[in-house]
Design a protein around this ligand. Structure first.
Ligand code: FNR
Length: 190
């Protein structure tokens, strides 16, 4: 079976280290996982008033998320938390109440930062929201990728061997997490 995994990158930057990491993961991921990047750049800012007509970009995101078997989040850290663009995507996907798109999908979090604490604050703030939207999030291994400015070559390729090995192990653990949780998806809503 191929499990479809939505890859959600919390940075809009062309040269984003999180995006470069996501691209490396696409090469490292086990055969059974098929990773696709989700575009969250064009989502109108969440506003409950808009639910009356519902922006087409929101509908597209919700549909795309409902169709996958797992969620892989790559988050930068802005001011010790996640980026506004990522929080907006989580909020958009979480509504309308009782029909959240994230519900029950197995997930994992990787934070990537040029700083030396690897986006720890963002990683854990993201987990706080994921608990509320009922995403069973893999606890271990944790992935705090620091010093990100030194991990890639000028073409954006991941050249650091120990990071590559670590991410490969991470993806193998995530594969198990997806397979286990896909079977017994505990949904809050129906
Ligand atoms: C940052 N950056 C940052 N880094 C960090 O490790 N902890 C932090 O709290 C912050 N805060 C922060 C706030 C704002 C507004 C900006 C623009 C940046 C630096 C950040 O990690 C860096 O810009 C990364 O390159 C962002 O991730 P991408 O775009 O490379 O994926």
């Amino acid at each position: 079976t191929k499990y479809k995994i939505a890859v959600i990158v919390g940075s809009l930057r062309k040269e984003s280290f999180n995006l470069k990491t996501a691209k490396a993961l696409m090469e490292l991921a086990p055969e059974s996982l098929s990773l696709e990047l989700v575009d969250i750049a064009g989502l109108p800012m969440y506003n409950e008033d808009l639910e009356e007509t519902t922006p087409k970009e929101w509908l597209a995101l919700r549909k795309e998320i409902k169709a996958v078997d797992g969620l892989l989040f790559l988050t930068p850290e802005y001011n010790r938390s996640i980026t506004g663009v990522l929080k907006n995507a989580i909020d958009v996907g979480s509504r309308p109440y009782g029909k959240g798109a994230w519900d029950g999908k197995p997930g994992a979090v990787i934070s990537v930062s040029p700083g030396n604490i690897g986006g720890f604050g963002a990683n854990h703030h993201l987990r706080q929201s994921l608990i509320f939207v009922n995403v069973p999030t893999m606890a271990q291994p944790e992935a705090y990728i620091g010093g990100a400015a030194d991990l890639f070559d000028d073409k954006g390729k991941l050249t650091n061997d120990s990071t590559r090995d670590f991410l490969k192990e991470f993806m193998e653990a995530f594969e198990k997490w997806v397979i286990t949780n896909a079977k017994k998806q505990q949904k809050m809503f129906n």
